[in-house]
Design a binder for this molecule. Structure first.
Ligand code: HEM
Length: 141
């Protein structure tokens, strides 16, 4: 799992995002749908050109869940258990989509935080989000 320095990097970046979950989340979804259009099959109810209100509301829910994960880095499995059930058993999202979302997330962070988002922070966030994705996809088996 994350070492002390990686945890500090994750927390430091989260402090910059906290309070702007809807905005970052909407941008994440828009980027995901634009760069990887195949991901939109899971969001047909958002329409071909999802309007900002829908993007903001779902984006906020996704980012708030990431915030919960930040607060529970040592206990992701328990903290994210209901969300893992949802994605595996109800939504049945193909796990191959998670690395796509992780990549888009990092691009959103880099484009906003610019030089503040160091290579070490990016490495820590990549590891952290991969840990979140592992938990969210492990109930498929
Ligand atoms: C719903 C988080 C990855 C598709 C949700 C919800 C949250 C969430 C918090 C709302 C749950 C609720 O209403 O109770 C996350 C996180 C992810 C992730 C933290 C990865 C780090 C993905 C991926 C896809 C996906 C990769 C597909 C490309 C969906 C869909 C819904 C959903 C279709 C339902 C949307 C709706 O009800 O309007 N997710 N998700 N998720 N997620 Fe994810």
């Amino acid at each position: 799992m994350l070492n002390t320095q990686e945890r500090a990097h994750v927390a430091q970046v989260w402090d910059l995002i906290a309070g702007h979950e809807a905005h970052f989340g909407a941008e994440l979804l828009l980027r995901l749908f634009t760069v990887y259009p195949s991901t939109k099959i899971y969001f047909k109810h958002l329409g071909a050109c999802p309007d900002e209100v829908l993007l903001l509301s779902h984006g906020q829910r996704v980012l708030e869940a990431v915030g919960v994960a930040v607060q529970h880095v040592d206990n992701l499995r328990a903290a994210l258990s209901p969300l893992a059930d949802l994605h595996a058993h109800v939504l049945r999202v193909d796990p191959a989509n998670f690395p796509l979302l992780i990549q888009c997330f990092q691009v959103v962070l880099a484009s906003h935080l610019q030089d503040e988002f160091t290579v070490e922070m990016q490495a820590a966030w990549d590891k952290f989000l991969t840990g979140v994705a592992i938990v969210l996809t492990e109930k498929y088996r």
